[in-house]
Design a protein around this ligand. Structure first.
Ligand code: SAM
Length: 231
């Protein structure tokens, strides 16, 4: 099946977005701010509607598109905490939350997730990981500490527009570290006891992991590659 044609077709099925979301998406495209693809947004909305979380954590706000999208389907009483470190994007996202009237339910934490994740109190029952791809692996144990039992972790861009399928030698030299780290990330997600993970080829590739029991994000003992390895 031709992946590009499939994406075009799937995108054609999507409904028009509400005014502000559509404006943010256009702004993002014009200023090269990377945001989730339309079909990924639709998938995320469906997962939120299904899970009905009480507390959502997002790593990587950008200008607030995905946070607002999630807020449009989350249940009454649910809150979103979202982390962004790029100073220029923080006031823009805050202004979008204000315009949407969502300031009281979406809290933006400015700063580096590498530091902030360790300061947050558990538990979140839905985490959307959408920050620097090379950091997913090191964020994983911290995110799993914050995730409740039965909680869902969704990570975006895991297939890197198809690059992940290529051998490391076919990937541009500058992308090889990320390529290796992302392969490792997928391996760990699939081999950690207490995590049930599916890799879904929607958009740039998404993983959906459910925390079925307490886990520290180390690949379970009993598999050669993983045993005893620190994530
Ligand atoms: N989720 C957003 C959306 O779809 O609207 C897009 C997020 S964009 C792909 C990734 C964002 O993560 C960027 O704005 C980047 O500055 C931020 N980021 C990357 N590494 C980060 C880190 N360590 N801590 C906090 N933010 C980070």
């Amino acid at each position: 099946m031709d992946g590009e044609r499939l994406s075009v077709y799937l995108r054609s099925l999507e409904q028009e977005e509400d005014g502000l979301l559509s404006e943010i998406a256009k702004e993002a495209a014009a200023s090269f701010v990377p945001i989730i693809k339309k079909e990924t947004g639709s998938f995320l909305r469906t997962l939120i509607a299904m899970k009905r979380p009480r507390r959502i954590l997002e790593v990587g706000t950008a200008t607030g598109y995905s946070a607002l999208l999630m807020s449009s389907v989350m249940p009454e009483g649910c809150t979103i905490t979202t982390i962004e470190k790029y100073e220029k994007r923080i006031p823009v996202a805050r202004e979008h939350f204000r315009r949407a009237g969502k300031e009281s339910v979406i809290t933006l934490l400015p700063g580096d997730a590498a530091e902030l994740l360790d300061t947050l109190p558990p538990f979140f029952d839905f985490v959307f990981m959408d920050a620097a791809k090379g950091q997913y692996l090191s964020f994983l144990p911290r995110v799993l500490r914050l995730l409740s039992s039965g909680g869902v972790l969704v990570s975006d861009n895991v297939l890197q527009g198809g690059d992940l399928l290529e051998s490391r030698f076919a990937v541009a030299r500058r992308n090889r570290t990320i390529h290796a780290r992302m392969r490792e990330y997928l391996y760990v997600l699939k081999h950690t006891e207490g995590l049930q993970t599916a890799v879904v080829p929607v958009g740039d590739g998404v993983t959906v992991s459910v925390k079925t029991e307490e886990t520290d994000g180390e690949p379970g003992a009993g598999n050669e590659r993983g045993s005893g390895r620190q994530v």
